[in-house]
Design a binder for this molecule. Sequence first.
Ligand SMILES: [Zn+2]
Length: 208
Amino acid sequence: MDGDPGIICYQHCHAKKKIFSFIFHDVCDLCHADISDVELRVPPFRIPYPFKGASHEFNSVVIKPSVGDFLNSYENSSDLHIGVTDTNGCVFEYNYSGKLKSNGKDWKQCIAIKLSSNKSSSFQRYWDEVLNETFEQECWTPQRYDSENYNCYTFVLTFLRRLKMDDLSPFIADKYSFCQHYVSPQARIAAKYISLYRQLKTKSVIIQ
Ligand SMILES: [Zn+2]
């Protein structure tokens, strides 16, 4: 996948120790036995890369750090920026400079959240129609932008409310409910991945 650094995990001699690295070695990184031709407790597998390119994620909510990227610059307190993709993977967003629709070139490493499993063409048409209508509203101006009270979340939540999907309604009243239900679970998985990645940039193996 685009941008996936490929973190490998396996277990050999110790049931409670997982070994992580970018490259699978012929020798166990824990006990140093030759493991090129033995059965492992957990055969090497690639840790799922938690980030997506927005242009491949249709009808989704997409999230990335306001500045920099997740893997290299994100910290727990960093601001996150949120947008929505249409059926063609175009990203619609609102920030201090107003509204913006793009092909997702600045969204190559984002968390993508699918809010509905409906893949019918009528649903996709409906999604795009409501998204375009929301985007065309005159309120998304730089003048009205306020980093605390009228921001990228305001745009996304306004769109989601206009979709009038019953199963979303308990979670789109405000940013807090939305983040708690949809963003935090994926952000936690991403944070673990980021931590492994940054440690592996300085040492070749991590044992946990
Ligand atoms: Zn071993």
